[in-house]
Design a protein around this ligand. Structure first.
Ligand code: HEM
Length: 76
């Protein structure tokens, strides 16, 4: 489906898989808070907070587990 924002979890490389994991995390934020002006207002808050950044990294890490599994850990 070419209209889908998430047509597949398959990626050619682990690095692309990691980028997809970031995309998934940001998509969730966009769906949770559709108002761009509010997201822009909150950006400097989380960008300057170590714990917020650690949590954002954790969400990406969880997504990366899913993406890696879907790609069979890019074996072979
Ligand atoms: C920018 C990741 C949560 C608002 C970014 C960028 C990344 C990122 C990688 C830089 C993109 C770039 O420079 O091209 C994440 C992750 C999150 C998260 C992984 C959580 C798991 C949030 C939340 C908000 C937010 C909670 C606000 C409610 C923004 C905005 C920008 C941004 C407005 C654009 C900043 C700009 O234009 O300079 N985010 N983010 N993000 N994020 Fe987040």
């Amino acid at each position: 489906s070419q209209e889908s924002w998430l047509p597949t979890l398959k990626t050619d490389t682990p690095e692309e898989g990691y980028e997809l994991a970031v995309k998934l995390a940001r998509k969730a934020v966009g769906m949770t808070q559709p108002d761009e002006s509010i997201r822009k207002k909150l950006r400097p808050v989380y960008a300057n907070n170590a714990d917020s950044l650690t949590l954002a990294s954790q969400v990406v890490a969880i997504n990366f587990q899913t993406v890696a599994a879907a790609n069979d850990y890019w074996k072979e």
